[in-house]
Design a protein around this ligand. Structure first.
Ligand code: 5GP
Ligand code: MG
Length: 179
């Protein structure tokens, strides 16, 4: 795996430090006495970020999983997003925080936002680890952003290319011949 990596953009140590800060910002947004927080990670890219983030959050919460597919197979261009696993937790009148790995064109977060709003949550916010230069329409935003990155296809720390590299601990770019 290491031999496929061209360069590291964000090290695990940098990720760890930033995620602690994000957790503090998120915790400040949801007072403990205001119960009913549901985190909705978008599978599968957000799982490592989710695992590190939630262990830094002090409040009670539930998890509701949702899966969206936009990149099938060996491609680095996002296509139309579709929900492949729908939420099974009741979010009506709950505080909902959507967690995703990266905000790029915004198709994924727009789709998930529409689907979740139909269920009348009390509040709906979004946290993303990474954001690429704004290709997303103005109405698709994230309330919490870890890092701004250049418009390059990245892997690692949950993000895959053709299913691989999710377990690579840093955010990195593959060697050109690997894509
Ligand atoms: P959007 O729908 O905003 O275009 O893209 C969001 C989804 O596309 C993310 O949840 C992620 O799964 C995927 N994605 C976007 N950019 C990248 C990237 O650079 N690397 C990887 N591995 N996935 C990406
Ligand atoms: Mg994704």
């Amino acid at each position: 795996m290491e031999g496929d990596i061209d360069r590291i953009l964000i090290t695990h140590e940098q990720l760890d430090r930033r995620i602690r800060e994000m957790a503090d910002d998120i915790a400040a947004c949801y007072p403990e006495e205001d119960t009913g927080l549901v985190l909705v990670p978008i599978l599968a890219g957000s799982i490592i970020f989710l695992a590190d983030l939630i262990r830094r959050l002090p409040m009670k919460m539930k998890l509701g999983l949702i899966a969206v597919s936009s990149y099938a197979g060996a491609v680095t261009e996002s296509r139309d997003a579709s929900i492949t696993r729908d939420l099974s937790v009741d979010i009506t009148d709950q505080h909902v925080l959507v967690i995703d790995d990266i905000l790029d064109t915004g198709k994924t977060l727009r789709l998930v936002g529409q689907r979740l709003r139909e269920r009348k949550p009390r509040t709906l916010r979004t946290a993303v680890l990474l954001r690429k230069p704004s290709k997303a329409p103005a109405d698709v935003t994230a309330d919490f952003v870890g890092f701004e990155i250049e418009d390059e296809f990245v892997v690692g720390y949950g993000l895959d290319y053709d299913g691989h590299y999710r377990n690579y601990p840093h955010i990195a770019v593959l060697k050109p011949e690997r894509y």
